[in-house]
Design a protein around this ligand. Sequence first.
Ligand code: ADP
Length: 606
Amino acid sequence: MSTRALEILQNTFGYQAFRDQQATIVNHVSTGGDALVLMPTGGGKSLCYQIPSILRDGLAIIVSPLIALMQNQVEALQQLGINAAYLNSSLSIEDTQTITRQALRGELKILYVAPERLMASSFLQLLDQVNNNVGLALFAIDEAHCVSQWGHDFRPEYRQLTILHERFPDIPRIALTATADAATRAEIIHQLKLENAAQFVSSFDRPNIRYHVTQKNNARQQLLHFIETQHPNDAGIIYCLSRKKVEETAEWLASKGWPALPYHAGLDAKIREKNQRQFLREEAVIMVATIAFGMGIDKPNVRFVAHLDLPKSMESYYQETGRAGRDGFAANAWMTYGLGDVVSMRQMLDSGDASDERKRLEKHKLDALLGFCESTSCRHQAILHYFGEEHPGDCEQCDNCLTPADTWDATQAARMALSCVYRTGQRFGAGHLIDVLLGKRTAQIERFQHEQLSTYGIGKNLNQSQWSSVYRQLAASGYLDVDFQAYGGLKLTEMAKPVLKGELEVWQRRDAEPEKRSSTAERASRAREAYPGANDDPLWLALKAKRMELAKSQGVPPYLIFHDSTLLEIMNQRPSSLTELGRISGVGQAKLARYGDDFLEVLEQN
Ligand code: ADP
């Protein structure tokens, strides 16, 4: 490892040591090698190209898909005293010309560009000139999974990025992604022609994220309970499937006094930008969003991600929940789900106009996710297993490990439930089927004379919510399918036959009792988990206030001044001089010079 790389890490970035594979990657790229870096969100990918960019002569070009992402990264680098800039459609002609001049004169070290800009012949000519004048240090392709047309971040321009290699074969390339699935990896290698690049694959475990899947009974109240008890002072993201639900949920939370904002692709661009800014720049905003919100949100202290609707697949679940806890502190991934979600997701898949093959693939992916939801084993292990990685289990960081779920022999109940589906003609939803099993007298039962059926009233040993759980699990495990033509009625699959014939046992998880509202004391103690002891310490509040003041005066998010982790260390160590402050992780030379005195003053006064 070159000592210069370590010097840059310590002096410029203010970090003591490289993490995991960072040192090897920095070394490999600095010495001219191509690399494919697969590292989870929060793993520390940026340093892997930023330090080689500084170490190597010439200008480094970073391809990045989103304007917000570029701005953030550039602001962060400028805070560290590194000459960085970006070129994208948001800039004026004058600004573009200034940056171009700086690039040609060797006054810039790192330049972020949008992929479509890179393809423009004028930009390729600029690269030629830069290459002749000051040289090109490297090409970094961030969010490389955007080449994959199966993912929802697909950017067609990414597929043309091989032009860089063809035009500048001697300049090293490093592609980076946090996407864990093997198919996308293979596609990145193929599309970007990275067959000869060294691959650096990190563990995709996110040990600081606590996974929790809860059965839906009153989703809004459950959500409110979760936020009140666990995250009363935190920033978080709540994912919903539809734009309408996003707006309704945000409004409802706001009416309850929570700082919630909506975000979806149908909102006016200005409002979207404003809400995103507020989420990034203020401390504890809750964003209620569709999946349109996510990529490029590198706010490190998102403390929770909640799902009010099912994601499409394990890949989506991992990616969406992964936006929590980038700073490595405790974070929650919470999801509430019920039979209605299974039905609506299956219906959505069926009704789309994708090819049959695509639909089959998506159905498999959804089934894997449903299996995960119903599973009673360690969730960290299940997620990693899905991505082909081992995990010993017993994570102590998921609902199943913390409060092991009971299973019960549901063979008899499953037979009754499936038989009721069959006898009623395979076209009713679970609500009606349960009414029949419980022997209720409803208008619908009378209309179809379902009181005459042999399954009428045979299920009185279980209650409404237990039957609902049985049906949800039968649907999630593939014994029942949703009949798209029959308005979402449930129908039997081949798998149901051996159960009906008594040839197959069915074991199901016993759903937990609905959560009770917890006391205020419990609420406060859980809320402090991420920042033990900090939330009501006056010094913590004073340090945060100073950070906010400095951030506002420059129009940047507070975490660009110092991360929460740095601020916490300042609070706990109470440095009394600039030298001592400079030893704290996250305080590099530029930040020490700019903000050192301000924070020492806060420490003196508190
Ligand atoms: P990614 O892009 O992989 O999601 P980032 O590059 O944003 O991750 O890094 C995640 C966080 O970890 C950032 O706050 C970053 O400053 C911090 N970080 C990265 N490398 C180190 C390191 N070697 N020591 C301490 N903190 C680090």
